[in-house]
Design a protein around this ligand. Structure first.
Ligand code: P6P
Length: 336
C-alpha cells in the first residue's frame, strides 16, 4: 500500500508510531501520554472560560450560571487523576494539590508499571489576570513489585529515574510538550479537530541565548553569589554577547517554554529567608530539569549539583532552580 502522505501527526498517531518503532514496547507509556492529553483538553476548556466563572470562589460556591464552582487547580487535579486511575498504565499519583500520594487500588492499576507526579495547574494565581498557566508532569517506573499498592518509595525517586516528563501550556495556543530519552516533542492543540498535533518535533534548547528570567523583586534577598550574575546579565552589550533581555512572566511553564524555544536562562534562586527557594522538586523542578536536559540544556540547584541527581527526602520538598541554555548555565556556575 502506498505510504499515505501524512503531513500532520496527532498525539495519538505519534505515540502509536513510536510504539511501532520500539521493539517489545507494551504501549503502556503511549497510552499514559494519550490519557494525559485527554485530561489536558478537558482542563483547557475550563481554563479558557476562567474569566466567566468565579474561580476565586471557595469550594461549594456557585457561579453566575449557578454551576458549582471548583477552584481550577482542584478541577485540574481531578481530571488528571481521573484519566490515570481509569487508564491501564498508572499505579498511583502524587500531586502538589494533595498532602500525600494516592495509590490506585484496583486490579489493573496495581499491575501497572508507572507512577506519575503532577503539578496540575501551576501558576494558577495568574488565571485572574489572563496570563498563561500550565500543567507539569513526570512519569517514573514504580520500584515496588507490580500487583501490590504503590508506595511512597515509588514517588521519592531522583529525576534521573524519570521515564518521561512534560507540560501543557494554556497560552495563546494550548501546547503539550513531552520528553522521553528519545527527545522532546511539542504538540499544538488544533481546536478544529480537538487533537494535539505535532508542531515542534525534536525540540532542542538553543546552546546559548539572550534572555534571563528571574524575579528582580527578590534581588536583594538572593544569595550573594547570584546577585553578581544577575548584574552580569544587565551589563551584557554588543561587545560581550549581549544585550540581554529580562523576561519574567511569573509562570514557570510559560517562562521555560519561551526560553526552550528562544534560548535563555530561568532562575528561581533561594533567598536568605528561604534558602530552598519556592519551587517544588518533585512537581516542577524534576520534570523541567528532565525536559531541559533531554533538549541539550542544563538544570542545577547550585554549583555542581544537577537537579536530576537530587535524592528526594520528602514529596513536597523545594529546591532552588537554574535551568536553560548550556552556555548560560556554565557562565552562571562560574559565579556560584
Ligand atoms: P514569584 C507560580 O506560582 C510559581 O509556582 C511558578 O510557576 C513561577 O515560576 C513562580 O511561582 C513565580 O514565583 O515568587 O516570582 O511570583
Amino acid at each position: 500500500m502506498s505510504n499515505v502522505n501524512r503531513k500532520v501527526f496527532t498525539l495519538d498517531e505519534f505515540t502509536i508510531q513510536q510504539l511501532r518503532n520500539i521493539p517489545n514496547a507494551t504501549g503502556e507509556l503511549s497510552a499514559l501520554l494519550r490519557d494525559i492529553g485527554l485530561a489536558a483538553k478537558r482542563v483547557n476548556v475550563e481554563v479558557n472560560k476562567a474569566g466567566l466563572v468565579d474561580i476565586l470562589g471557595d469550594l461549594g460556591t456557585t457561579n453566575v450560571q449557578g454551576e458549582e464552582v471548583k477552584k481550577l487547580d482542584v478541577f485540574a487535579n481531578e481530571q488528571f487523576m481521573g484519566v490515570l486511575q481509569h487508564g491501564v498504565s498508572c499505579a498511583g499519583i502524587a500531586s502538589e494539590e494533595m498532602d500525600t500520594f494516592i495509590p490506585f487500588d484496583d486490579v489493573i492499576s496495581r499491575e501497572s508499571k508507572y507512577v506519575c507526579s503532577f503539578d496540575p495547574l501551576d501558576g494558577s494565581s495568574n488565571i485572574d489576570v489572563n496570563v498563561s498557566i500550565g500543567t507539569i508532569f513526570g512519569v517514573y517506573w514504580r520500584k515496588t513489585k507490580s500487583g501490590q499498592l504503590a508506595e511512597e518509595q515509588d514517588f521519592l525517586q531522583a529525576g534521573t529515574n524519570l521515564v518521561a516528563a512534560g507540560y501543557i501550556i494554556y497560552g495563546s495556543s494550548t501546547m503539550l510538550v513531552y520528553a522521553t530519552r528519545r527527545g522532546v516533542q511539542g504538540f499544538t492543540l488544533d481546536p478544529s479537530i480537538g487533537e494535539f498535533t505535532l508542531s515542534h518535533p525534536d525540540m532542542k534548547f538553543p546552546e546559548t541565548g539572550k534572555i534571563y528570567s528571574v524575579n528582580h523583586g527578590n534581588y536583594y534577598e538572593y544569595d550573594e553569589k547570584v546577585q553578581p550574575y544577575i548584574e552580569n546579565c544587565q551589563r551584557k552589550n554588543k561587545s560581550n554577547g549581549g544585550p540581554y533581555t529580562q523576561r519574567y512572566i511569573g509562570s514557570m511553564v510559560a517562562d521555560l517554554h519561551r526560553n526552550l524555544i528562544k534560548g535563555g536562562i530561568f532562575m528561581y534562586p533561594g533567598t536568605k529567608e528561604k534558602p530552598e527557594g519556592k519551587l517544588r522538586l518533585m512537581y516542577e523542578c524534576n520534570p523541567f530539569a528532565f525536559i531541559v536536559t533531554v533538549a541539550g540544556g542544563i538544570a542545577i540547584s547550585k554549583k555542581g549539583q544537577r537537579i536530576l541527581d537530587i535524592e528526594p527526602k520528602s514529596l513536597h520538598e523545594r529546591t532552588p532552580f537554574f535551568g536553560g541554555s548550556k552556555a548560560m548555565i556554565e557562565e552562571l556556575e562560574t559565579y556560584l
